[in-house]
Write a protein that binds this ligand. Structure first.
Ligand code: KG4
Ligand code: ZN
Length: 338
């Protein structure tokens, strides 16, 4: 049988990425991060789409070069159709359509949220693939979802955020503390040196498996405003304790919902993804859950947890095997559901 080479394109938010997969194995995975947004403390959509426009061709060339294959060898092209920022999605979508047309090969549309979950099916040494059914949890700067995964393409969102994503909760807290964007990694680092019970922050009361993080952000803001009024150097003097307390609250919120989801569904296999799954406290809590609750926890390699084209490529490959191809008239869609 012939080898299947998939070129995958991801451009849903602020990372331009291209990957090449051979029979579902990752040969290359190139990501161009957009530094430009740091100065604004968040992603600026207009700037993101312009940077994608600039990066897409060099990134694709690099992915092909790293995989050591010529574009004429490609079997199909997979791309992120949505959800995401419309201007960003349009760049990847138009590029993928044009290249597929030029090479006369099939085009495969990929749902970004499915891809975060199916990233666990990328074969990696020492990495087990989750068994169905499992609970997928995608936590990043843009997403907070618990997904019941019955099969590759049979998924159901059973919990999601009603306002801010968990990564946003980290980043907005960091902004209040004067940390640079994105603040998640730094809060995580500082938290490990502080007392998690120094400052109790309220946990939101949200029914079911849904999340809310905007109340926490406001509580932190008011707390810091009150404290610095009395003591202008309150933040500097207590930074590690503040970070530890924020992290403790956020991780508790996530763990509570995961435990609830596991109890409700009777499923003990849990697979996490998204940039926030790099968080040390979340990783530790999942590992502890293996002992405490009999969970089997799956945490993918870091390069496959943040936005990347390899995860788009694995979905592309799974769809290729099903001959599930996109129509030539396919358009980007910023709000498609799982
Ligand atoms: O997946 P990602 O790279 O981009 C998207 O948002 O799609 O995730 C970035 C988010 C940011 O909000 C960042 O602050 C957060 O992930 N993050 C972390 C950690 N590393 C990254 N949050 C908490 N702890 C970390 N170690
Ligand atoms: Zn994402």
């Amino acid at each position: 049988t012939k080898d299947v080479y998939i070129l995958a394109i991801e451009s849903s938010c602020d990372d331009t990425s291209a990957a090449v997969l051979q029979n579902g194995k990752v040969l290359s995975n190139v990501v161009a991060n957009q530094k430009i947004h740091e100065a604004f403390g968040g992603v600026v959509p207009e700037l993101a789409s312009r940077a994608h426009q600039q990066n897409i061709v060099p990134v694709v060339h690099q992915a092909l070069a790293n995989a050591n294959i010529d574009k004429k060898q490609l079997t199909a092209i997979a791309f992120t159709r949505g959800p995401g920022l419309m201007g960003s999605l349009l760049v990847g979508t138009s590029f993928a359509k044009s290249l597929a047309l030029g090479l006369s090969i099939p085009l495969i549309e990929v749902n970004h949220m499915q891809a975060h979950i199916l990233a666990h099916f990328i074969e990696e040494e020492g990495q087990a693939i989750p068994k169905f059914p499992f609970l997928g949890m995608t936590i990043s700067g843009g997403h907070t979802q618990i997904v019941l995964v019955k099969d590759h393409f049979d998924m159901e969102v059973i919990g999601e955020t009603l306002d801010d994503a968990v990564g946003e909760a980290y980043d907005k807290s960091g902004k209040i503390l004067g940390l640079t964007y994105p603040a998640g990694p730094e809060i995580d680092k500082l938290a490990n040196e502080g007392n998690p019970k120094a400052f109790p922050f309220p946990k939101p009361k949200v029914p079911g498996l849904n999340f809310s993080f905007s109340g926490l952000k406001t509580a932190i803001l008011y707390f810091i405003q009150r404290q610095t009024k009395e003591n202008p150097t309150f933040i500097e003097e207590n930074l590690v304790d503040i970070c530890a307390s924020i992290q403790y609250t956020i991780v508790n919120i996530i763990l509570d919902k995961l435990k609830k989801a596991s109890k409700q569904t009777g499923i003990k296999t849990i697979a996490i993804g998204g940039g926030v799954s790099a968080n040390s406290a979340i990783r530790k809590a999942l590992k502890d859950g293996e002992v405490k609750y009999g969970w089997t926890a799956h945490i993918p390699k870091f390069e496959y947890t943040t936005d990347n084209a390899a995860m788009i490529g694995i979905v592309g490959y799974l769809k290729y095997l099903r001959k599930d191809f996109a129509d030539e008239s396919v358009t980007a869609s910023s709000r498609i559901k799982i």
